[in-house]
Design a protein around this ligand. Structure first.
Ligand code: G3H
Ligand code: 13P
Ligand code: ZN
Length: 381
């Protein structure tokens, strides 16, 4: 089957109350890891690429890797998503490359760093929604701003600053009405990268209640959690054991994500956990076999380690076992969903003339000269 619009997957997840992990990709091994995990667990797939990933791979390589994933996994519905589009141009170019879903992250200005205004966010998101829905492509927007960043995409805010940029539920409600997005990323205290929390997060720093309130106001909106790697201690430990330097840090516990899924979260972004798994596996090979120089010898275990993370998240979020149950629709079919044709107007039935009017003598129609069959009317043709 062709790449599917992400909306199809989100709708199925909402109808059946599960979440979908969205994994970031930058190379062949990462795509292979995700697809192997999905095949093993019968999971629908969201693969996403950041602007940086598209620059790193070059769109053409990425596109062909995705086409290979589709060709090799004809039974799995796969959505290809632009992660954190920084401008309408980035989203439009993704659509040209065949992405079936785009995120317009107007919570930040086009530099991807500076928090923007509500008006700017609405303007750019609306623009992308209009263009994307005309092609049946799904759109994710963001309201509120994620926190700190040591790598990857984000606002670079301190924890205290980030707290000020948590999503305001009332504004989220207005934003969805103002833009028509299919899915909404919300800021609840998470941040991109490995350094999210200094201790196992409690409700004051990982503010799950914001999700609950937004879901109460917008029960039909698909919510998205960014910065949702769990940063497992065992993956940090492997990296440290083999010479890496990882400071003490904590991520988003899987059980908190599961709580989010109970309150409307349908897409969960995971990048860092895959990076940690890959790095740990490569370090292990280098430490144990310093003589090794064949990339396949360290990229294969790296791929296996990432696959393990993907299987674990697909299972924990509930998407496992659902690939075969989804009624697939193409982007082309989604065009009609977004732009329903107006119903034809009911034919006007001639009204009986009102009594008063009926009494009025009808005007005599001007007498037309009778036309003889076959005779020209004299009208110019
Ligand atoms: O949004 C954050 C993802 O982890 C992507 O990071 O911009 O380094 O590819 P990246
Ligand atoms: P992590 O850095 O927590 O994996 O978040 C990834 C993300 O949100 C991508 O958009
Ligand atoms: Zn993100």
């Amino acid at each position: 089957m062709p790449l599917v619009p992400m909306r199809i997957l989100l709708d199925h997840a909402a109808e059946n109350n599960y979440g979908l992990a969205a994994f970031n990709v930058n190379n062949m091994e990462q795509i292979q890891a995700i697809m192997e995990a999905a095949g093993q667990t019968d999971s629908p797939v969201i693969v996403q690429a950041s602007k940086g990933a598209r620059g790193y791979t070059n769109d053409a390589y990425l596109r062909h890797l995705m086409l290979a994933a589709v060709e090799l996994n004809p039974k799995l519905p796969i959505a290809m998503h632009q992660d954190h589009g920084n401008s309408p141009e980035t989203c439009l170019s993704a659509m040209k490359q065949g992405f079936t879903s785009v995120m317009m992250d107007g919570s930040l200005s086009a530099d991807g760093k500076t928090p923007s205004t509500y008006e700017y966010n609405v303007q750019v998101t609306r623009q992308v929604v209009r263009a994307a829905h005309a092609k049946g492509v799904t759109v994710e927007g963001e309201i509120g701003t994620l926190g700190g960043i040591e790598d990857g995409h984000g606002a670079g805010l301190t924890a205290a600053e980030a707290a000020k940029h948590l999503t305001d539920p009332a504004q989220a409600e207005r934003f969805v009405a103002d833009t028509g997005v299919d899915a909404l990323a919300v800021a609840i205290g998470t941040s991109h990268g490995a350094y999210k929390f200094t201790h196992k997060p409690t409700g004051d720093v990982l503010v799950m209640s914001v999700i609950e309130e937004i879901h109460r106001r917008l029960p039909n909106c698909h919510l998205v959690m960014h910065g949702s790697s769990s940063v497992p201690q065992e993956l940090l430990e492997i990296i440290r054991r083999y010479g890496g330097q990882m400071k003490e840090t904590y991520g988003v516990p899987v059980e908190e994500i599961q709580r989010g899924i109970q309150h409307g979260v349908r897409k969960v972004n995971v990048d860092t956990d895959c990076r940690l798994a890959i790095t740990g596996a490569i370090r292990k090979v280098f430490a144990e076999h310093p003589e090794e120089f064949d990339p396949r010898k360290y990229l294969s275990p790296a791929r296996d380690a990432m696959k393990e993370v993907c299987v674990a998240r697909m299972t924990a979020f509930g998407q496992a076992g659902n690939a075969g149950k989804i009624k697939v629709r193409t982007c082309k079919q989604m065009i009609a969903f977004y732009n329903p044709k107006p119903k034809p107007k009911a034919r006007k039935v001639a009204k009986k003339p009102a009594r008063k009017a009926a009494r009025k003598p009808a005007r005599k129609p001007a007498k037309k000269p009778a036309r003889k069959p076959g005779r020209k009317t004299g009208r110019k043709r």
